[in-house]
Design a protein around this ligand. Sequence first.
Ligand code: HAM
Length: 425
Amino acid sequence: MKQKLQSVRGMNDILPGEALRWEWLEALVAKCLCGYGYLPVQTPIVEPTPLFSRAIGAVTDIVEKEMYSFSDALNGEPLTLRPEGTAGCVRAVIQHGLANQHTLRLYYMGAMFRHERPQKGRYRQFHQIGAEAFGFPGPDVDAEQILLLARLWQELDLSLTLNINSLGQPEERARHRQDLIAYLEKYETSLDEDARRRLYSNPLRIFDSKNPTTQAICADAPELPAYLGKESHAHFAGVTRILNDEGVSFTVNPRMVRGLDYYNLTVFEWLTNDLGAQGTVAAGGRYDGLVEQLGGKPTPACGFAIGMERLLELILQNDAAGNGAPDIYVVHQGEGTGERTTRLAFQAAEQLRDTGYRVILHCGGGSFKSQMKKADASGATCAILIGEDEASAASVLVKPLRDKEREQELVRLADLAYFLSTHFA
Ligand code: HAM
C-alpha cells in the first residue's frame, strides 16, 4: 500500500475558514502598525547560516539545536530557513543602507522555522508579525512599541500581562555573569544536567530551569539589576514613566531572560495564562549592538514579534471577532425564474458591499427555509429577505439572526445601508 502523504510534523496547513481569519488578523495588525508609522518590508525565508549564528548567538538553543540548515546543492553555501525575522531585517537594512541617514520603522510578517518539539502553541513552522525601529537611542521608542501592542490587545478585546526588564549593557551583564557563575559553581554538583551544561555558556538561562533544586539555588543568586549603571537605570525609568503615564500596567521581572543573545537594555514579553505552557504571545526588546555587529554603522534599534498562531488561538478562545463570518446573508426567492427578486438581491448586496459590509448573496436557489438555514449557519448578524412583495415595494426584510428578541423590519432599499449602520453597528 502506498504511504499516505502528510505535512511535516509541526508544520500545519491553514485551511480556508481559518485562512480567512489569518487575513483578517494580518490586516488588523498591519493597520495598527501603519498607525505608528511602520512600513512593510519583505526579506527571504532562506538566509546564509552565519547570519543567524552571529545575530542570535552561537550558544543559544535556537542556533545550537533548532535551525533547519542545509548546504546549497551547487556551491555548498551553508543556508538556513529563518528561525526569526530580526536578523534578516537587519541584514537587509545594512545591505541597502536604509538606516544610514534616517530613522526607520519597519514591519514584516511571515513563516519562521524552528526544529522544536511540537506541542500546542509551539510549531516547527510558525508565523510572526514583527516590527523593528532603527536609529532611536532613547526609551521613547521602546515604550511606543509596548503601547502599540497594548492598543492592539485592546482592539482585540484581549487582556494580556506585560513583563519587562532591563538587561543593561554588555559590560554590566559581563560583571553580573562573572559573579553569577562564581555563585553557581559553589552548587555545581546539585544543579540539574541542563543547568550544568549552561553554567559557562549561558548561565542566565539557568533561571529558566523548572527543576526545584536548581530553582532553590537560583533564589539567592545575584540578580542583574544590581549591576546596572546610572544610564541603564535612567533608560529603564524612561520606559516605565511613559507606560505609567499611558496607564499600561506591567510587572518588572528581574529574572526575565530572552532566548536570543542580541538584546540590551529593555526587554519585554506579553503573556497569557490561557494558552498553557506556551503563554508568550509577543516579545521583544532593544538590540543596540546588532547592526554594527553584523557589519553596519552603529545604529540603535528596538523591536518585537507577535506569534500569530498563539494570538489567533487566544482570539478564538476569547470568542472575539475575526471568525470569517459575513455581516449579512441575502436570501431571495421569486416567482418563475425569480428575475425581479434576484435583481433586487444583487442590487442590495452590491450597495451594502459599497459601504463596507461583508455580504454573502445566496446563490443556487432553493426554498426560503433552506436558504435561511444557510444564513443561520453562516454566522451573519442578519439576513436580508427578498420575495415578490418586497420586490414590488423596492424594499427588503431585515431579519436579525443573533438577537432573536429583535423583530424583523421592512426597509426601503434606498434606506438600507443607513438602517443597518444605525441598528446593527
Ligand atoms: P521570540 O521570543 O523568539 O523573539 O519569538 C517571538 C514570538 O514568536 C514568541 O513570543 C511566540 O509568540 C512566537 N514563537 C516563537 N517560537 C514559536 C514556535 N515554535 N511556535 C509558535 N510560536 C512561536 C523573536 O523571534 C525576536 N525576533 C523578536 C524581536 C523582534 N526582538 C526584537 N525584534
